[in-house]
Design a protein around this ligand. Structure first.
Ligand code: ZN
Length: 269
């Protein structure tokens, strides 16, 4: 019993010491440093993509790949302008062949995925696709992935969390699992609002119409078939989201310059 008491105190102290502040001033639980999240995510990304590559499940359609690459490179250019240290990230995006999956994600360190279901079923315009990818990049820029990894670790057991931060053997595997798990966990409403705001700003300054955010979410909400899109379960929406997006839109107009030349940041696709 005494052991558990001590363990409890240790876990609580670790958790309290691990709270940091997000870009919008919110307290975040951080058991994993952003650097750890980035290196574990790089490993997890390979583990996810390698089997898909072998099974021929990575989309190779030249025009879709060109389109996604062009949009992502413009967004990443803006992301690096906003957070210059992310120039060190190994930015990349893969398009996963999965017609029934309406989803996209970005791991810590800029490792992204987009599912063909989102393209086929949502039929996004370039402006709307830029909102999806911009929103995902925003989650990574605001360190939400490391935050979700921390939640995954804390939820599994305090002991595991301690083994991770104390760097004991076996912790790397656990952290890599947590990195994969992190993209399947829902973001908090607050994290969603942060990602909406940062994502819309990235898209606007990359030359994509801010009004596309509201139409994108509308399309996401009204898509029929096999239940709601996976995207909505990992990106929970509030009833007020449309309203909030419209209000943000007005603030984003200042960043939006359609038609001018927008530089691109070369990424791996
Ligand atoms: Zn989100």
């Amino acid at each position: 019993m005494r052991f558990y008491k001590i363990l409890f105190v240790v876990v609580i102290s670790v958790v309290m010491a691990s709270c940091v502040t997000s870009p919008t001033g919110r307290r975040q639980l951080m058991l994993v440093s952003e650097q750890q999240a980035i290196s574990e995510s790089a490993l997890a990304y390979v583990q996810v993509m390698e089997p898909l590559e072998q099974q021929g499940k990575l989309n190779r359609n030249p025009s879709l790949n060109r389109r996604v690459k062009r949009i992502t490179e413009r967004l990443v250019h803006e992301a690096v302008r906003l957070r210059p240290d992310t120039a060190d990230w190994q930015w990349s995006i893969r398009i996963i062949e999965s017609p029934e999956t309406i989803n996209a994600w970005c791991m810590a360190g800029g490792k992204m995925a987009l599912y063909t279901g989102l393209i086929d079923q949502i039929q996004p315009t370039n402006d709307e696709l830029a909102q999806v990818i911009g929103h995902e990049i925003a989650h990574a820029l605001a360190n939400h992935t490391a935050e979700k990894m921390s939640v995954a670790l804390a939820g599994s057991l305090g002991v595991l969390a301690i083994s991770i931060i104390s760097d004991k053997p076996g912790s790397a595997a656990a952290a890599s699992v947590a990195a994969t798990l992190a993209v399947t966990l829902p973001n908090s409403r607050t994290a969603e609002r942060e990602a909406d705001e940062i994502g819309m700003r990235l898209a606007a300054s990359a030359g994509y119409d801010p009004s596309a955010a509201a139409t994108l979410w509308q399309k996401m909400g009204s898509v029929g078939g096999n239940g709601p899109p996976q995207f909505l379960s990992t990106h929970p929406s509030s009833q007020k989201r449309q309203q909030t997006l419209r209000a943000m839109e007005a603030r984003m107009i200042g960043y939006y310059q359609p038609g001018i030349h927008h530089p691109r940041y070369p990424i791996d696709l």
